[in-house]
Design a protein around this ligand. Sequence first.
Ligand code: SAH
Length: 413
Amino acid sequence: MYKTVHLKKGKEESLGRFHPWVFSGAIHHIDGRPEEGDVVRVISADGRFLAVGHVQIGSIAVRVLSFEDIVIDQVFWKERLSAAYAVRRSIFPQWKKNSSSGEGNNSESRIQESELTNAFRLVHGEGDGLPGLVIDVYDRTAVMQAHSVGMHVSRREIADALAEVLDGVIDNIYYKSESTLAYKASEDGGNGFLKGCLATANDIATENGLRFHVDWLGGQKTGFFVDQRENRALLEHYAKGRKVLNMFCYTGGFSFYAMRGGAELVHSVDSSSRAIDITRENVELNFPGDTRHEAFAEDAFKYLDRMGDQYDLIILDPPAFAKHKDALRNALMGYRKLNAKAFEKIRPGGILFTFSCSQVVTKDNFRTAVFTAAAMSGRRVRILHQLTQPADHPISIYHPEGEYLKGLVLYVE
Ligand code: SAH
């Protein structure tokens, strides 16, 4: 049976509200010596059962898998994955068994080509009752990423359950945790296919009819950022006739929407030369020979300092500046500095898409940082849209920290 975590008196309250984390400071003692990643039972000071979850080292000591006193087995994984899949089928009715949705089969032929999408998030951690687990699906390949040792230890069982739940929908499961759990992944042989193989996996995914190489071997996160899908589509709407700077472009996501939307020129900038190489490949894939696009492998701040004032549509989508609460102050300074540069240089009548994907930076924190940057520039600025993550990145109502992506679309006079 599972080892037991005993909470201090009065520390059971947040679990009573279904918040899925137990902080180390709430723990009185633990029976036995569970290994990191083991499943444990959590009980209150007066001996009441509260939850089962994965134990881990750090300030979050237990990540809750269930508030019922159950065994975490194949039935559990299948039930949670099936629930996650059911949610995605409501969001994307076109995503069905045996449909390679990018290729438009008969029943789906009424979907416009520009709407074809086969890159989705199937599992979004706490938002799907699976803290520490992310699964993105690209055409017929699922890319699975563990952010906790518990999920890493269970990866084969999860992959078996996933293959059953998505039978006929995917052929390959790639496990990619070298960047999230470096020491564990390397102990166990690193990244690799748990089902299928590279030869059977198509590395080109389709999003709203645009095609992207997904760099699952060397890329960031699961190889692509599916969370910006709807925000990219919004950008397309504003692109006509504009000169666009896509800063922190990664593999070019926003750039191709800008090109399709009729931008006059598009410059994509990222400090990773690998990302820039793939951006160039993606241009060839979607707009072969189109000379409106140029890509630069360069640091953002250096580029913003040396660039002129020709841009009238700028995207700022930096990596998470704060990974932990302690880094919040510096992160806010970073957002302020970055946005100040854009306000300084963007043309009158320009549009700024600015984002933060740091979980610890709240919507209000971010807005204050951008507000301060705007005030420093002295320009008149209107908020046109307030953006967030798409529906396939759901937020458990009991875990507001799951709302991580924040964006503002600003009109700068
Ligand atoms: N907008 C992208 C995702 C951006 S992720 C999309 O739609 O897919 C953040 C990117 O910032 C990463 O590609 C990373 O390589 C890049 N980056 C990190 N630090 C940087 C810096 N100092 N200057 C430029 N790019 C940077």
